[in-house]
Design a protein around this ligand. Structure first.
Ligand code: PGA
Length: 248
């Protein structure tokens, strides 16, 4: 049985005061929860997470990582730096990075490999655009995104991945994938994993992301291959984030 996992993706939001309010609200409300939970925050706030979340059940992590170990790479943040601040997770290949920073499948795969080598858990994001879905290319697109990652890591490392299926048309739009659409994509991704390592594939958590809210979380999480959520907008209010965790 895969333990459910709910991760908040804060994107480029927050400040020290609002973060403290949000984190303390989450910690205070996490009495009787049935899921693991984490927040992926802007890099400058990792130290704040370490200070305010250490000793609580809430894990933390980053939204991106450099493929380089160190040196003359202005603006980049290395996996060792994320480790230094106690990070557990790092998002790799979020659709906003693929779109706005032109991250290719190969670069995302490299980032995933670097994160794994540093002992971080990469949350590899895949998902099709509306045009791709309407052109019937969903399977091809998400399998190619995953395949690039699988080629960059060893089969036994599959067990250390978390995947997130985030249809681009559902992110921040209020348009959630139906539970059936999401389940079909998740089943397909698990089948792709299983071709490389059947046993590991059965244990990998595949999160759904894209306008998940307390009202739709229960039905989505009830699907057999949906193991949690990657939450954007609803992760910025502790009551909404807790509502999703409680829906598990
Ligand atoms: P959303 O974002 O929940 O606001 O749709 C999800 C994400 O981008 O990870």
């Amino acid at each position: 049985m895969r333990q459910k996992l709910v991760i908040g993706n804060w994107k480029m939001n927050g400040n020290r005061a609002s973060n403290t309010a949000l984190l303390s609200g989450i910690v205070a409300g996490l009495n009787d929860f049935g899921a693991d939970c984490a927040v992926c925050v802007p890099a400058p706030y990792l130290a704040q997470c370490q200070a305010e979340l250490a000793g609580t059940p809430v894990r933390w992590g980053a939204q991106d990582v450099s493929i380089h170990a160190g040196g003359a790479y202005t603006g980049e943040v290395s996996a060792a730096m994320l480790q230094d601040f106690g990070s557990t997770y790092v998002l790799c290949g979020h659709s906003e990075r693929r779109a706005y920073h032109h991250e290719s499948n190969e670069l995302v795969a490299q980032k995933t490999a670097v994160a794994l080598a540093a002992g971080l858990t990469p949350v590899v994001c895949v998902g099709e655009s509306l045009e791709q879905r309407e052109a019937g290319q969903t399977e091809q697109v998400i399998c190619a995104q995953l395949q690039a990652v699988l080629e960059a890591i060893a089969p036994q490392q599959i067990a250390d991945l978390v995947l997130a299926y985030e249809p681009v048309w559902a992110i921040g739009t209020g348009k959630t994938a139906t539970p059936q659409i999401a389940q079909d994509a998740h089943r397909l991704l698990r089948a792709c994993l299983a071709q490389r390592h059947a046993e590991a594939a059965a244990g990998v958590k595949i999160l759904y992301g894209g306008s998940m809210k307390p009202e739709n979380a229960k039905e989505l999480m009830a699907q057999p291959d949906i193991d949690g959520g990657l939450i954007g907008g609803a992760a910025l209010k502790s009551s909404d984030f807790l509502g999703i965790i409680q829906a598990v």
